[in-house]
Design a protein around this ligand. Structure first.
Ligand SMILES: N[C@@H](CCC(=O)N[C@@H](CS)C(=O)NCC(=O)O)C(=O)O
Length: 198
């Protein structure tokens, strides 16, 4: 399989972490992708021009990161990072959706700077996106997931926090200190976070 991705993207880092955790790396060739390059095959493999994309052995491409994690879990026998138990599954997938939503908002903040001229930056819209991240952080701090369980949810959360550390859309370590030991414990539980640092 070919995984088009980069670890600097929070979404791209998710399948890299999952593949390592599930022991699938020897079946995957990782190729970089550049969403901004119109000639990059990414736009052929995913009409949305977003990474990550996974090219299966039969040539099909699957995306997005959630679908790829689902596929990796299946390849690894199932019930590994996405529980089969329905209630647990809903909890893990909802945590993944919340964490991915933080990354989505974080990316939109970065894109405002990248794609719009400086005099067109709209602070209320940036604050609107920051509000999503801040509310998500507060809700996570009030109901911390188990950092010793490696799931699609905790993988997505660690990737989102790593992205905020890098791009600094909000100072989550200051506003939500409860998540600092959470990330430390996650890192100690499995090397996949440090192994996929950009
Ligand atoms: N929901 C998607 C989001 C993917 C995404 O936003 N990827 C970013 C990488 S940072 C991207 O490729 N953006 C390019 C663009 O939006 O044109 C997923 O989970 O994979």
């Amino acid at each position: 399989m070919i995984l088009r991705t980069t670890n600097s993207s929070p979404f791209g880092r998710k399948p890299m972490m999952a593949a390592r955790y599930l022991g699938l790396m020897d079946r995957i060739k990782v190729e970089p992708a550049d969403p901004l390059d119109p000639n990059d095959v990414l736009r052929r493999d995913n009409p949305l021009g977003k990474m990550p994309v996974l090219i299966l052995d039969d040539g099909r491409s699957i995306f997005d990161s959630r679908v790829i994690l689902e596929h990796f879990d299946h390849l690894a026998g199932g019930n590994r990072i996405i529980p089969s138990d329905w209630d647990q599954r809903m909890d893990v997938l909802t945590l993944q959706a919340l964490a991915d939503g933080m990354s989505d908002a974080g990316i939109l903040i970065v894109y405002e700077g990248r794609h719009r001229p400086e005099d067109k930056h709209h602070e209320p819209w940036l604050a609107y996106q920051r509000g999503k991240i801040e509310r998500a952080l507060a809700s996570l701090a009030a109901n911390l997931p188990d950092p010793t369980r490696i799931t699609a949810g905790t993988i997505a959360l660690s990737a989102a926090l790593g992205y905020l550390d890098w791009r600094k859309q909000v100072d989550w370590r200051q506003t939500t200190p409860a998540l600092v030991p959470w990330l430390e414990t996650f890192r100690k539980t499995s090397p996949i976070y440090d192994e996929t640092a950009a």
